[in-house]
Structures are given as C-alpha cells and as structure tokens.
Design a protein around this ligand. Structure first.
Ligand SMILES: CC(C)(COP(=O)(O)OP(=O)(O)OC[C@H]1O[C@@H](n2cnc3c(N)ncnc32)[C@H](O)[C@@H]1OP(=O)(O)O)[C@@H](O)C(=O)NCCC(=O)NCCS
Length: 373
C-alpha cells in the first residue's frame, strides 16, 4: 500500500470520462491515457464504461491482504481508477492494483449464458464490437458518427438514462449531429415485436416527424440473435480451411467492399476499432479469391459476428456454418460462452441460417430517422 490517498468512496470522476460516465452529461469521450504503459500494464486493457473486477492490495494491518472490487470503471488517470460498485464509488490507487480485468455484464434474468443478459447491457457490449470513430454522450445514451458508414456507427444508442428530460436529450443529440453535418438517427430497442410508440424515446421522436426505419426496409426491425458457442457444430477434418487474422488485410477489405458500400477511412477504422477482433475468411482453393468472410468481435464472455457473407455461387455448401464454427471454436477457447449477431428481420435467409445454428431472438431494435423525401 502506498500511503494516502487510499481507496474509499469518492465524488471524483477523474480527468478521463466517457459517454457512460453518469456525471458527464453531453461530454466527449476521451481515449485511454497515452501514459498507460509499462507501469500500469495491469490496468491498461480496461475499458472505461465496462464492468471490471479489480484485485486490490489492502493496507498493512488490515484483516486481509487484498480484496476485490466489482463494478463499472467510470474514470481513470495515471494514478487512480474510479469504480462504481453496487454500494459505493471507490478511488483505487493503481500501484496497489494486483490484477484487473473487464468482466461480462451481470445476469439480469434467468436463462443460459446467451439469454440472461439485459437488452441494455447487450446493446452496450455490441456497441463496443462496432465502435464509431466519433463518439459523445448524453447520460447513458451514446452518440455515434462515422462518416455515414453503417447505421450502428452513425446513430444514437438509446440505452439507460439520458440524464436529461427526453426532449432536451433529443435536442442535444440533434445539435451534435447538425454540428457534424450528419442526419440524426436513433437506435431504439425493445422486446421482440415491440411497438415503437410504447418506448418513450421513440414516441417522442415519432411526434417530431421521425419514422420507424427512416424509409429503409432493412432498418425497420433488426433482430439481435444470440446463441451458445458450445452449441455450434465443431470444425471437423472435412471442414474447409478458415483463415483468421487479427489484422485487417487488404484482400479481406476488398472482398467486403464488393458486397457493401464502404466509406474509405471510416470503414477500416470501424472494422478495427474494437478492443479485439478477428477477420475470418475462406478462399477458393483454385482462384485464391475470398468466397466467404466474417468479422468476429471479442468481448469479456461474449463474441460478436459481423458481416457474415458467402459468395452467392458458393451458398448452401456449408461455408457459412464453417465460418461460424471457427468463431465458436475461438470463443470456446477464450471463455466466451455466448455469441451475438444482428440481422435485419427482412433477411429471412439469414434468420433461417442463425436459427439452424441454435440462435434465438434476444431482443430487437429499430432505427428512427427523418424520411429523406
Ligand atoms: C446466410 C448465409 C451466410 C448462409 O451461408 P451458407 O454458406 O449458404 O450457409 P450454409 O450452407 O452453412 O447453411 C447452413 C444451413 O443454414 C440454413 N440456410 C442457409 N441458407 C438458407 C436459405 N437461403 N434459406 C433457408 N435456410 C438457409 C439451412 O438450414 C442450411 O442447411 P442446409 O443447406 O443443409 O439446408 C448466406 O446466405 C449469405 O451470405 N447471405 C447474405 C448475407 C447474409 O444474409 N448474412 C447473414 C446475416 S448476418
């Protein structure tokens, strides 16, 4: 223990805050401290806004040598971590941190690993699997902008408490997007089949002239489907070889760009912007061209699958399943029992594919935007 100040309840939020910092209304998030190097290796990987567990050395003479703090990491600097536990806010001296790691969100309802997380918590996990290049916050709401590359990375994630009356929170978000010359889009989630009018934020947006889907069919209803990594069929000796690369290779990006509208710069930044990701692909043995691909996002306890695609000429030959089997194998080996995927409800083939792998609908979301014409 390094003398005072010691851990204990505190009102401080510290110099580094994010959108999820409850006290930082409308603030810009700050990237992790550049001083997070050797001396702080134990805490360098922790993500602000995440649930963390910190093993902490206690003062000499204390009943135990160490104790654990479990809670949300709300701020940190070179010397301290600030963690909101269930009962108090504690300020921890980094030099006395014995070990620390991000942990999965808590179980909020009964069920298996992929079912018991709350929709809000899963939404927050998924947002980290597809990080916008420009982020801000209104209370718990996350404002995201990435030069228009994908709805997820260019919309307000409506989760938790915006810490402001709804109309003021929406005004703030609209101004934030206007400053970036981007249209305001809101991602609102609910139970399967929810009516937008029943969600207060969505009802307020509808009153302002926003429309469910904003005129796009694929934005009207997106299913968040989850499954168990252990339930996905394993790779076998007959499986075609899958390449998994932690780096985004040009060939993968070119293949991805063949089937999606990309925004140079923003696309690479979003694809590589999570704490951990893998780029998977299957190549044609003769032409060497990529014929199936996906991106895996890595989280504590969870894996995410983004952009799964099989070349139309190679569908129904098991390649999609093989890619998911490879993801599930990495997930099982790395203590990630649950997998999420987001699929538009109007993609009946995609939904059938995931159902075949044992995935079920956890919740769904819609985008609310002002119709363009
Ligand atoms: C969905 C997709 C990835 C499936 O890839 P695939 O290589 O054809 O899938 P598989 O051959 O491994 O199919 C496994 C099973 O999924 C189900 N399935 C796959 N495609 C299906 C379809 N079009 N309709 C109904 N069921 C389907 C079947 O049960 C299939 O088994 P079967 O062929 O023995 O009947 C592919 O169709 C695709 O790239 N679609 C466009 C992008 C997309 O929708 N991605 C998924 C959303 S995240």
């Amino acid at each position: 223990m390094n003398g005072e100040p010691t851990h204990g309840p505190t009102d401080e939020t510290g110099p580094e805050t994010t959108s999820s910092d409850r006290t930082a209304k409308g603030s810009e998030p700050t990237p992790p401290s550049p001083t997070d190097t050797t001396g702080h290796r134990l805490t360098a990987g922790l993500t602000i806004g995440s649930r963390v567990v910190v093993r902490y050395r206690l003062a000499e003479g204390a009943e135990a040598a160490a104790t654990d703090f479990l809670g949300e990491l709300v701020a940190r600097n070179e010397d301290f971590l600030i963690v909101d536990t269930r009962t108090e806010r504690v300020k921890l001296i980094r030099a006395d941190v014995i070990a620390a790691k991000d942990v999965p969100p808590p179980a909020s309802r009964p069920g298996r690993a992929h079912e018991r997380v709350s929709a809000d918590d899963l939404e927050k996990v998924m947002a980290k699997g597809w990080q916008a290049t420009d982020r801000g916050g209104v209370g718990d709401w996350v404002l995201r902008s990435s030069d228009g590359f994908t709805g997820r990375a260019n919309s307000v994630l409506v989760v938790g408490d915006p810490s402001l009356p709804l109309d003021k929170a929406i005004d703030f978000a609209e101004k934030w997007y206007a400053e970036r010359d981007r249209p305001p889009i809101f991602q609102v989630h609910g139970e399967r089949g929810f009516a937008a009018e029943a969600i207060p934020a969505a009802a307020a947006l509808l009153e302002r002239g926003y429309a469910v889907g904003g005129g796009r069919d694929d934005w009207e209803r997106v299913l968040v489907m989850t499954g168990l990594s252990a339930a996905v069929p394993p790779l076998t000796e007959e499986s075609v070889p899958v390449t998994a690369d932690a780096e985004l290779q040009l060939e993968w990006l070119m293949s991805y760009a063949e089937q999606r509208t990309i925004v140079p710069g923003a696309t690479e930044a979003v694809l590589t912007g999570s704490d951990g990701q893998l780029f998977l692909s299957v190549s044609d043995p003769e032409t060497k061209r990529i014929i199936a691909l996906a991106r895996m996002a890595i989280h504590p306890g969870w894996a995410g699958i983004f952009g799964l695609w099989v070349h139309p000429e190679h569908r129904r030959q098991g390649l999609g399943t093989t890619i998911v089997s490879a993801v599930a194998m990495v997930a099982r080996e790395n203590n990630m029992p649950a997998i999420y995927v987001q699929v538009s409800a109007d993609n009946a083939d995609g939904v059938a594919f995931w159902e075949g792998l044992g995935f079920g609908v956890h919740h769904e979301y819609t985008y609310l935007a002002r119709p363009t014409s």
